[in-house]
Write a protein that binds this ligand. Structure first.
Ligand code: FRU
Length: 548
């Protein structure tokens, strides 16, 4: 490895076998510079200062490294970390090598995903001093949920992201004891002019959640988004009737007051708890903002914000199946609010594809921008070497119109449209061999008739967008979710914007009246678009550029 302008080597290392593991850094002249014992059983985040423009070797004894990168350079928000190939001499990778390293037919090309391994919820979304920041729930050690770290990325346009150093790790007790789990759970941020503040949940408890599970809320700060303060506990006491599900603080400022909502289970019901503060320091519990009567374990990742003259609450429904068989959807509620509970006027699913959970929003220059975790609750993931399990939806701009939340990709997404593949009016159209299975399609035509569009085909597995008898839905077959119809609440079709990107399909209906995200693990590297319709539809199809 050659350090270039970087001054820190970060390794995620864990012991293998019975012995204590060791990691040694050897300088070019052969002298051992540093030898670190792997003190934690679960995982060790080593941050080792290195000299610039210097070659080093890394040697492992009874240890494995799952993620390695160089950090600490002047302009890291623009350059990002330098990712090292831990299996090949910790060689640094340039952009081309990195694209090859993560290359698979499944991995998205224009949706955000972590360098490798597991991610879930977006956290701490904000804009600060010229950059959008996205933090996320991250497991650097594998392609499965486990003890939680915060990953981090930054962007100047919401579309092209630079991977940044990991920000938070699980508590020491968790790293030392494989019988317990937890870590830095989800949270949010508010950015001021010279400082951003973060609120998050710390979780610690047995593998099975129960009365011994402890969740409490902390705050931390940063003025450069690279260095972060120690966390300070801000909310530990739970309102009466609240069980161990008590998490995911989402802060907002409306008028002169700061508010924070927490997802909780109170007296057996999924609840948004409302807190307020005059100084961002001291938080007082006010009341339940909203109590859900449907049978769910808890609300997770709540959000709450003013939009277009109304107030909107959004939250993820844990352990819930809807009547279509869809598992763990996110719901939005629109209403009026005067400082206490939300007077709900309408509500609906955030995303009819149901592979979208823990949606978080933030406001920048008047735009309410939301990003969701592309979740896989039907167990359809296919693990590949250097794969990522989890990715983010396209950034979406939200609006309230006619008592619905309208959701459209932010305008920057359209800059990724590349070559026009087709434009015209058709009722039957077959496009095959779409490079990289990566495309954007728009279909329009106010019509009643049925249609079906094949959006992905992998031997006997398929995914289609269908209109049947006025109902619009996504439908998979040959995969685990095939028994489920991913039905939209939209009845009258006007248009659809379709984004296909490796394993991810996002469909925006009627200028954002509804959106559906569905995973479809496609081993084919070329995509297809096959339309069969009773009536003529205007069709436009473009390839999409990669963001990496
Ligand atoms: C939602 C969630 C959050 C929690 C986090 C843990 O997906 O369960 O409630 O903070 O994930 O990773």
């Amino acid at each position: 490895m050659y350090t270039g302008s970087y001054k820190c080597l970060e390794l995620f290392a864990r012991p293998v076998g019975e012995q204590k593991g060791f990691v040694s850094i050897i300088a070019d002249d052969g002298g051992e510079m540093e030898r670190r014992e792997l003190e934690h059983l679960y995982g060790n985040w080593l941050r080792i200062p290195v000299a610039e423009d210097t070659a080093y070797q890394v040697e492992l004894k009874d240890a494995e490294v799952t993620l390695a990168y160089l950090s600490d350079t002047e302009d890291i928000l623009d350059t990002g970390i330098c990712i090292l190939d831990a299996e090949n001499g910790f060689e640094e990778m340039d952009e081309v090598q990195f694209r090859e390293f993560i290359q698979s037919s499944y991995r998205e090309k224009y949706h955000f995903s972590p360098v490798i391994n597991w991610m879930n919820d977006p956290n701490g979304l904000c804009w600060y001093q010229g950059y959008y920041h996205m933090f996320y729930q991250f497991n650097p050690f594998g392609q499965e949920w486990n003890n939680m770290y915060w990953g981090h990325a930054a962007s100047t346009d919401l579309v092209h992201w630079k991977h940044l150093p990991v920000v938070l790790e699980p508590q020491k007790e968790i790293l030392d004891n494989l019988q317990i789990k937890g870590g830095a759970f989800s949270g949010s941020a508010l950015a001021g002019e010279n400082e951003a503040r973060f609120w998050l949940t710390r979780h610690i408890g047995p593998h099975e959640d129960g009365e011994e599970t402890v969740q409490y809320q902390t705050e931390m700060r940063s003025s450069d988004m690279i260095h972060f303060s120690e966390e300070r506990t801000i909310i530990k006491e739970k309102p009466e009737g609240t069980n161990f599900d008590f998490r995911d603080p989402k802060a907002g400022k409306f008028g002169d007051e700061w508010y924070l909502v927490l997802g909780a289970c109170v007296n057996g019901k999924g609840t948004f708890l409302l807190y307020e503060s005059q100084d961002q320091e001291n938080w007082t519990y006010k009341c339940p903002l909203l109590t859900e009567n449907e049978s769910i374990r808890t609300i997770e990742c709540p959000d709450f914000f003013p939009l277009d003259g109304k107030y909107v609450a959004m939250g993820a429904w844990m352990n819930h199946y809807d009547e279509e068989g869809r598992f763990q959807m996110s719901r939005y509620y629109i209403g009026n609010w005067e400082g206490a509970d939300l007077q709900i006027e309408s509500e609906q699913w955030v995303d009819f594809g149901s592979n979208c959970y823990a949606v978080q929003s933030f406001c920048h220059e008047g735009r309410r921008i939301a990003i969701g975790w592309i979740s896989d609750f039907y167990g359809e993931h296919i693990a590949v070497k250097n794969g990522a399990y989890g990715s983010m939806t396209l950034p979406r701009e939200l609006h309230v119109r006619e008592n619905r939340v309208y959701t459209q990709p932010v305008k920057e997404v359209y800059d990724l449209k590349d070559k026009l593949l087709y434009s015209g009016k058709e009722n039957a159209l077959k496009l095959e061999n779409i490079p990289d299975n990566c495309y954007y399609a728009k279909i329009s035509g106010e019509m009643q008739g049925d249609f079906s569009i094949l959006l992905g085909k992998d031997k006997d597995k398929t995914i289609c967008l269908k209109a049947e008898g006025g109902t619009l839905f996504l439908k998979t077959s040959g995969v685990k979710s095939e028994a489920i119809r991913f039905v939209s609440s939209v009845r009258n079709f006007k248009n659809a914007e379709i984004f296909v990107d490796g394993r991810t399909v996002e469909v925006y209906l009627n200028d954002g009246e509804d959106v559906g995200t569905k995973l479809f693990y496609n081993s084919q590297t070329e995509g297809c678009f096959e339309l069969a319709s009773r009536e003529l539809l205007q069709v436009e199809i473009y390839t999409m550029k990669s963001i990496w």
